[in-house]
Design a binder for this molecule. Sequence first.
Ligand code: GDP
Length: 365
Amino acid sequence: PLTTGIVGLPNVGKSTLFNAITQAGAESANYPFCTIDPNVGVVDVPDERLERLAEIVNPQRVMPTSFQFTDIAGLVKGASKGEGLGNQFLSHIREVDAIIHVVRCFEDDNITHVSGKINPVSDMETINLELVLADLETVERRLERLHRQKKSGDTQAIKEYTLLTQLRDALAEGQPARGVDLSEEDKGLIRSLNLLTMKKMLYAANVAEEEVATPDENPLVHQVIEQAEKEGAEVVTISAQLEAEIVELEGEERDQFLADLGLASSGLDRLVAAAYKLLGLITYFTAGEKEVRAWTIREGTRAPQAAGVIHSDFERGFIRAEVVAYDHLLEAGSMAQARERGLLRSEGKDYVVHDGDVVHFRFNV
Ligand code: GDP
């Protein structure tokens, strides 16, 4: 599954947030496997459409889809030079699909800040610089290899060399690779380098509990937003401390708690939603008497590959998909009615699954 890594300087609230995530996963109890790796936390993706579907289908159980986070603690200034646990952490970042960068916007005299004072923009720059430097090293190493191949007139090597020279210059100026204008072909050429600063990133501004409903009043949050805008990145405001309290609650108690704080959803839910969007993920549903269930796919996924998320046999033996859009099913009121009204379509292997599609796969075993 796709995973999003949580990074940030020490003492910004990463562990607190990650503990809230693992706690949330443990509560949901759908993910017994997540206890295997202590650095991985799996949470439900909240989706109100599931409840509506359950009302129509009356299944035995309802299963939300999940989202995975990885805790990448210990990224410090100098990591690219091997400081702290340096390279080991950078290699963990290499394995994730997107990055959530936690920055500290809460004041608390009892909790020291690594550089002495709270300055989220400087924190953002510190971490980003480490990632840029690590990429610079990767690119330079690759350039050395290419330099030799290029001499033998290898056209592919020449192409890559030119591209990497451009990337190196940008990185050397402190610019992340994702900020460089690259064609799809260019991206393909450098994919195997798995550059850290090519990964999508969003910021989580960690504010004090009492500020979570009114983040606009915190000037540090403004600074984070301003900086993120320059980078074209999103910002989600959370209070890690508060999230830890929210996950202790369930159902109505939880809703009430959030309402009292003036919040529509928990920070964790908003974080999942933002990461989902960042990764270009969508949800489709299966709805049978046994279970109504949500599944995650990348936007643009075709029916057989979408079926493969459920089981590889479904993909291998794919015949066709019976599809009804969520809105249409709701309108019809039942699967039978949807069929009667011709809202249920039969789609083949080239069909691109849409967000909210309710799908029944036909396959050979
Ligand atoms: P990490 O080093 O980034 O993993 O940071 P931790 O999660 O260990 O947090 C460092 C300290 O900050 C801990 O004592 C937390 O309790 C505290 N902390 C985290 N989030 C908040 C917050 O929103 N408000 C306050 N006041 N303290 C927080």
